[in-house]
Ligand binder design. Sequence first.
Ligand SMILES: Nc1ncnc2c1ncn2[C@@H]1O[C@H](COP(=O)(O)OP(=O)(O)OP(=O)(O)O)[C@@H](O)[C@H]1O
Ligand SMILES: [Mg+2]
Length: 206
Amino acid sequence: MRPGLQLPPQPRQTQTPWTGHARPGPPRGRQGTWGGPAFPWEDTTLVHATILGTRTLHWPDEAACADSAGRLARQPTLHDAFIALHGPLGAGKTTFVRHLLRALGVAGRIKSPSYAVLEPHQAGELAVSHFDFYRFADPQEWADAGFRDIFAAPGLKLVEWPEKAAGMLPVADLDLHLAPAADESRQVRADANTETGLRLLEAWPG
Ligand SMILES: Nc1ncnc2c1ncn2[C@@H]1O[C@H](COP(=O)(O)OP(=O)(O)OP(=O)(O)O)[C@@H](O)[C@H]1O
Ligand SMILES: [Mg+2]
């Protein structure tokens, strides 16, 4: 195991269930400055996720975010993983995904899925599905849109605002909780909820 990776004491502990109360934020499309607590992930967890391992990362600036994404892209386990990205508007979820996709070899313009909900990408043999569920009014929309098939198929799934599809999504292999500061730095907590997530977390230096 790599230094810095913390394992919870046995028996495994369960996260606080998602309460369904979205934290108010600035209007969509504007860069928000997070005004909540230093560790806002406490109330953005999903139902019944069990943390097998956790690590806290620090990105002083976007270049560090890009480097971290590049190191994640080199992990073979990534090729069939579901990564959920949490954090307020403007936290850097799409930015991290863009850097990850670039590092995986995706060329051309990488659109945010803010409006289309899903932006599919092909990185060589790897199918990548990038979702943003912010606009969902009801988690049932996830099932109605037929996204269950995508999650059942091989490929990398990256999800922003998974809370908006709470109760419908499978447990994420890795939960990344991004907490922006007043400057360009980001504190990131990476929680592994599955064996796949744990393998990723152990191999990813962050
Ligand atoms: N360390 C950093 N890591 C990531 N992004 C950063 C960092 N520092 C500054 N930024 C900037 O913060 C902004 C993050 O915007 P982004 O669209 O990625 O947020 P988001 O979390 O996807 O928001 P939304 O919830 O609206 O989808 C970008 O303009 C990015 O350039
Ligand atoms: Mg986004």
